[in-house]
Each structure stands twice: as C-alpha cells, then as structure tokens.
Design a protein around this ligand. Structure first.
Ligand code: UDP
Ligand code: MG
Length: 313
C-alpha cells in the first residue's frame, strides 16, 4: 500500500488506554483517509496491557504488538517499534492520549504534500503540570542547549519520520539512545506542528522524579561530552589560582612573613577535594556508559509478538 503510516505506541502499564487509543487513532485516520498500521510495544507491563493489545490485534488486522520480556524503558520501546514498522512514514506517540490523534492528519499532510522528512510536534502549552516539573524541564533544556547547542524546549517524542529517516535511525548502533535528539541530529528537512497536551486518559505517569533525573542525565551524557570539558576548564581555572597563590605565599615567605592562616588551608583542601570528587564522578559516569555500550547487549528482548495479517513471513 502506498503512503502508509505506522503509528508506534510505547505502552507500559496502560491497560485502560489501549482500546481508547486504538479507537481514537482509527477514527481520526479513517476520517483523513490515511492507510495505517498500529504497533503497540508493551514495555514489560505488569498489568493487563498485553491482553488488551492482543484483543485489539484480533479485532483489527492493522494492529500489531510487540512484548518485551521486562521493562526496558520508553526509548527501547520506541526503537523496537521503529524497527518493526513497515510504513512509508512512522509516528511515535504516547499511549495515554496526551498526544491528540487529531494532530496525525496535519503531520501526515506536511509529510506527504509538502515533502518534510520530519514533522515534530511541539507542546504549545504544557498542560496541567506541576510547577516543580516545569522548573526541572526548564533547567534540563537550558543545560542541554548551553552544552550541545540543540534547542529541544517543549519538544516531545511525538513526531513523524519519513521512511528514510527511520532507516537511518535503525542503522545507529548505540545502546543508550535519546530519540528526540538523534532524529534531530540526522538533519533532514523538518517542520513543526503545535499541540496542546491533553489530560492523561487513564492511569498515572510512569516517570517518577527519580526516573526523570536519571533520564535527564543519561540524555545529556548520550548527547554531549561537554561536562567532561568543563572538568578541564575548572582544572585550568584552579591552576591559574594556584600559581597566583603560590607566588604570593613565596613572596610572603621570602619577606619574612611566613604564611599564616590555617583556615585558608582547610578551606582550600575542602574545595579542591570536592571539585576533584565531582570531576571523578563525571568522568566515571561517562566511563560507565562506555562500558554499557561496549557490552553491546541488545536494547530490548522480545517475549512475544503479534504480526499483522498481510505480513511477508
Ligand atoms: N512508557 C514506556 N516505558 C516506560 C515508561 C513509559 O513505554 O518505562 C510509555 C508510557 O506507557 C506512555 C509514554 O511512555 O505511553 C509516556 O509515559 P507517561 O505518560 O507516563 O509520561 P509523561 O506523559 O507523564 O511524561
Ligand atoms: Mg503521559
């Protein structure tokens, strides 16, 4: 079929959203006359998500499912979906209906009629979000922009990719992925559509503050090595300071005022000690990531799969 859209849905404990989402996508794509396949990726859910996906797939042959053997995280689920997708363009969207399916037809026409390879959906408003979450997001995007020059503010994983872009993404070998930035890194002509974040349809968010911080750190590390260069910068600054202080201390000594100030020594020790520890930590973090990469384990392990009817088997 021509110009078919693959919709990829990572789902982790979303049992009450699967049917609603399938229906919403089906009806808005049918209205716009867009042929599609829908790929649910069950990211090791512990509830009835897989049963719900199976039921949907049974009722509609355009719906397929992949099931992970455990929770591997949203990033892995996205990449599993991209690998399985057969459409001429792929859209990744959340299972909780926070990404409005009505946006799909706008994205589709930008791709098909205007020749954009990537259509990124940006949040116009961030919905009902906690102030702390918003501040955290600002800090994260600010840091990322300063360090990598990429402006991902108000971005989301909700985006359409042309087959060419998906093929390139599928070639990227890294284990620790950062979908948003990777698809931007590839280049290609891209457009932006805006959407309003809806309320979550059912269930709760899967990203606890702890998980978010982990995700933020790992995203930064997978996209820029600037933190390690900061370590070098701090080292240089301290070196200059050390030379000045050294000269001053020597002059004091030579002119007979032997250095005094136990307090200064303690303060210097504490300061240098902590900066050293932090620097080691930053470097250690990158080494740990190299270690993870070099093990070259798969990004995910499949426990089950429901293929579509017209699959070439
Ligand atoms: N998700 C996933 N694996 C995870 C966590 C989340 O596949 O380990 C999926 C989840 O089912 C949803 C999407 O990622 O479809 C976004 O998650 P959520 O709505 O909890 O995040 P939020 O919208 O609160 O940022
Ligand atoms: Mg959500």
């Amino acid at each position: 079929m021509e110009h078919r859209m693959s919709v990829i849905i990572p789902a982790y404990n979303e049992q009450d959203n699967v049917a609603a989402l399938a229906e919403a996508v089906r009806s808005s794509l049918a209205d716009a006359n867009i042929p599609f396949e829908l790929i649910f990726v069950d990211d090791g859910s512990s509830d009835q998500t897989w049963a719900a996906i199976s039921a949907e797939a049974k009722a509609d042959s355009r719906i397929r499912g992949l099931r992970f053997s455990r929770n591997f995280g949203k990033e892995s689920a996205i990449f599993a979906g991209l690998r399985a997708a057969k459409g001429d363009c792929c859209v990744v969207m959340d299972a909780d209906l926070q990404h409005p399916p009505e946006t799909l037809s706008r994205m589709y026409s930008l791709w098909k009629d205007e020749g954009f390879f990537i259509v990124e959906a940006k949040k116009r408003s961030r919905g009902n979000e906690k102030v702390s979450y918003r501040l955290f997001a600002q800090l994260f995007y600010g840091l990322l922009k300063v360090m990598s020059g990429q402006d991902l503010r108000n971005g989301s994983d909700f985006r359409l990719l042309d087959r060419k872009v998906v093929d390139e993404l599928n070639k990227m070998p890294e284990r620790q992925t950062f979908f948003r930035a990777m698809s931007g890194w590839l280049g290609f002509k891209s457009a932006v559509v805006e959407f309003d974040v809806a309320e979550r349809h059912a269930g709760r968010t899967k990203f606890s503050p702890r998980r978010l911080i982990k995700y933020a750190l790992s995203s930064i590390a997978s996209f820029t090595a600037v933190p390690m260069q900061i370590v070098t910068g701090v080292g240089f600054a301290f070196f200059i300071f050390a030379v000045l202080l050294g000269v001053y201390t020597l002059i004091q000594k030579l002119t007979g005022h032997s250095a005094e100030g136990f307090t200064t020594v303690i303060l210097l020790l504490l300061l240098i000690g902590s900066i050293l520890m932090i620097s080691l930590g930053i470097i250690g973090y990158y080494i740990a990531r190299i270690y993870e990469e070099i093990k070259a384990r798969p990004r995910y392990v499949l426990a089950d799969e429901i293929r579509g009817q017209e699959d070439d088997q």
